[in-house]
Ligand binder design. Structure first.
Ligand SMILES: Nc1ncnc2c1ncn2[C@@H]1O[C@H](COP(=O)(O)OP(=O)(O)OP(=O)(O)O)[C@@H](O)[C@H]1O
Length: 251
């Protein structure tokens, strides 16, 4: 079966920094795929290239077989993206953002109105109906970003840190939505630093370290008999075990 997302040899350099170094990853259809890695490991850069937001120096990405760079319209129609540091039309309300982006996606006004209503209600943003996105809290921005990713009912979701800054009640709602999406045949790739969350949600995982894949496979293949956190620390942790502390903080 064609992978939902097929990343082949993606490479990106920023000046002297090799941010992503020949990454190959296959996200099977119907999988819930977690991407983990330390700060600066290259997760956001990889995901940005994979969905056509950042041009790679080398390699390619295909969404259900459609090349993101040579067939962007076909590829992008099938994916919903929650990017890092999402740029939004800030002077619109959440509902206006969804309406605007839904119409741009080619949805009919009726469908957009209905879906926007449901998304705002489920994500508990309907209470802030008159609030402009520029006035949203960080968690609210995350939620409206997720709503824009879901609006056109894509087959693949690519979510960069979807739970960051989201309160526990909203996080539970989002987990339910995402599990339902996968149960309904959708595929998800998400990045996170929270190992427990990845273990709870994902059936596949890749550990990224210094721009390369340190381990990838099903959750059980990657973690074996240990916790994902132990596996992660062992794979990418600082080998220098000397205790680092700020002595001037002790009283
Ligand atoms: N626009 C940019 N210009 C210069 N360097 C960049 C840029 N974007 C990323 N980098 C560098 O590329 C490397 C990978 O960054 P990236 O944001 O992909 O990591 P990450 O795994 O998503 O990190 P985090 O978990 O902190 O979000 C880092 O060294 C970062 O400093």
């Amino acid at each position: 079966m064609t992978p939902a997302l097929d990343i082949s040899g993606l490479t990106k350099r920023f000046g002297d920094t090799l941010a992503v170094d020949d990454i190959h990853l296959g996200v099977p259809q119907g999988s819930f795929f977690g991407l983990v890695g330390q700060n600066g490991a290259g997760k956001t850069t990889t995901l940005s290239m994979a969905v056509g937001l950042l041009r790679p120096d080398g390699g390619s990405a295909r969404i259900f077989g459609e090349d993101v760079w040579s067939a962007p319209e076909r590829a992008k129609a099938m994916v919903g993206v929650l990017p890092d540091g999402l740029a939004m039309p800030e002077r619109l309300t959440g509902r206006e953002v969804l309406t605007y982006l839904g119409l741009l996606r080619g949805l009919s006004r009726d469908v957009v109105t209905r879906r926007a209503e449901e998304l705002l209600s489920v994500l508990e943003l309907d209470g802030a109906d008159g609030t402009l996105v520029i006035e949203y809290s960080t968690g609210m921005r995350k939620k409206i970003g997720l709503a824009t990713a879901l609006l056109h009912a894509p087959r693949l979701l690519v979510l960069d840190e979807p739970f960051e800054a989201v309160d526990p009640v909203s996080a539970a709602t989002i987990k339910t939505i995402l599990r339902g999406f996968v149960a309904g045949g959708g595929s998800i790739v998400l990045s996170s630093h929270v190992m427990a969350l990845v273990e709870q949600l994902c059936d596949h995982v890749a550990v990224i370290d210094k721009g390369a894949v340190a381990a990838a496979g099903t959750l059980d293949e990657v973690r074996g008999a240990r916790s994902l956190e132990d596996t992660f620390v062992e794979l990418v942790g600082d080998q220098d075990t000397g205790v680092k502390e700020l002595s001037w903080l002790s009283h």
